[in-house]
Write a protein that binds this ligand. Structure first.
Ligand SMILES: Cc1ncc(COP(=O)(O)O)c(C=O)c1O
Length: 342
């Protein structure tokens, strides 16, 4: 292996092969044939996705919570976590347009060791008969037992490739990406970026704003890459706004979201803003206050609160309400973008 090529994990037990090697053209043909032999439907088709019976529009439910009511604020929960048992929440909205575009080709995507996006992509591959490859950040993981999240990916048939962090950072550079695709023998793959946020995904998230329509004054959600917010804001009608709560520290997201909207729609869309104060130390970090808040919210409302994103969103909405950030009479919709794993 030369220096300028990505350092993939070696072959052997750390590569989780679902089926035969993708380089085996005969096997690839069989997989495609199976995919295409789908009730007469050729290639990936929106009807294949519809057969998965997503619950769309997702339910919108009001919750009675005195802590909001005393400030004259109504709280609605937009239950995207109920769209599909395996393509949960914004994963459905972001992945569906990419899966539709895959047309039977391998889907290659990227993520960390606990990535919700990797799990959802792997599940989609199993459900739709699409080969998937997950490029995982951290070559050191190659020598450890798979954690439950990666084990689920592997069980769903995703081939896992572990790469060192420096290669992972350069994964969008054309040379690095080309070397990666060669290494996994999937040069004709559909490449979906980390977090799933490409232009197709952003356009897919517009439906979330359209579903919310006039139901809420402020549509709020937790942000990682910002792709969901970029689409949601574009789908909201005039006079309604989107509020994003970044779960990562850094303050870089505004520019990213502008770029995502530019690519997806050709320019800025909708009214949106971010509040950077609620990351609780950064991605996947927590505080005793956040944990206590999430447990209490679960008990009050019977909602299993996903901790990396949704807990930070709900915490932020209560803090902002108590600060008086929303005028009396405001209706807030909190988008429940995921649910706890496992
Ligand atoms: C549960 C959950 N909520 C919110 C997000 C953030 O979405 P985005 O990366 O589009 O900002 C993610 C990541 O995809 C997620 O897994």
């Amino acid at each position: 292996m030369t220096e300028d090529r990505p350092k993939w994990s070696g072959t052997g037990r750390r590569e989780a092969f679902a089926a035969a090697e993708p380089g085996d053209r005969r096997t690839r043909g069989v997989r495609r044939a199976r995919w295409r032999d789908n009730g007469g439907v050729t290639g990936t088709d929106t009807r294949d996705l519809a057969a998965l019976r997503p619950r769309l529009p997702s339910p919108l439910r009001e919750v009675a919570d005195g802590r909001f009511e005393r400030h004259g604020v109504r709280l609605l929960l937009k239950r995207d976590d109920l769209i599909h048992p395996e393509l949960v929440g914004n994963k459905w909205r972001k992945l569906a347009p990419n899966l539709a575009a895959a047309d039977g080709r391998t889907v290659v995507t990227f993520g960390g060791a606990y990535s919700n996006h990797l799990r959802a992509t792997a599940a989609a591959g199993r459900l739709l008969g699409l080969p998937t490859v997950g490029v995982v950040r951290g070559q050191e993981l190659a020598d450890l037992p798979l954690n439950p999240s990666l084990a689920r990916c592997a069980a769903d048939g995703m081939r896992l490739r572990f790469v060192d962090r420096s290669t992972y950072r350069r994964k969008a550079e054309p040379e690095t990406l080309a070397a990666l695709l060669r290494a996994v023998e999937a040069e004709d793959a559909v490449v979906v970026p980390e977090g799933g946020s490409n232009a197709r995904a952003v356009r897919g998230c517009r439906a979330l704003g359209e579903e919310l329509g006039e139901h809420a004054d402020v549509a709020a959600l937790a942000c990682g890459t910002g792709g969901t917010l970029a689409g949601l804001a574009a789908g909201l009608p005039p006079g309604r706004r989107a509020l994003g709560i970044p779960v990562l520290k850094g303050g870089f997201l505004e520019d990213d979201i502008r770029r995502l909207q530019q690519r997806a729609f050709g320019g800025h869309r909708g009214t949106w803003s971010l509040d950077d104060r609620f990351h609780h130390g950064g991605y996947a970090r927590t505080t005793p206050g956040l944990d206590a808040f999430a447990e209490d919210f679960e008990q009050r409302h019977g909602l299993a609160v996903e901790r990396v994103y949704v807990a930070k969103l709900l915490y932020a909405l209560l803090a902002l309400t108590e600060e008086g950030a929303f005028p009396r009479g405001t209706t807030l919709a909190a988008v429940v973008t995921g649910r706890p794993f496992p």
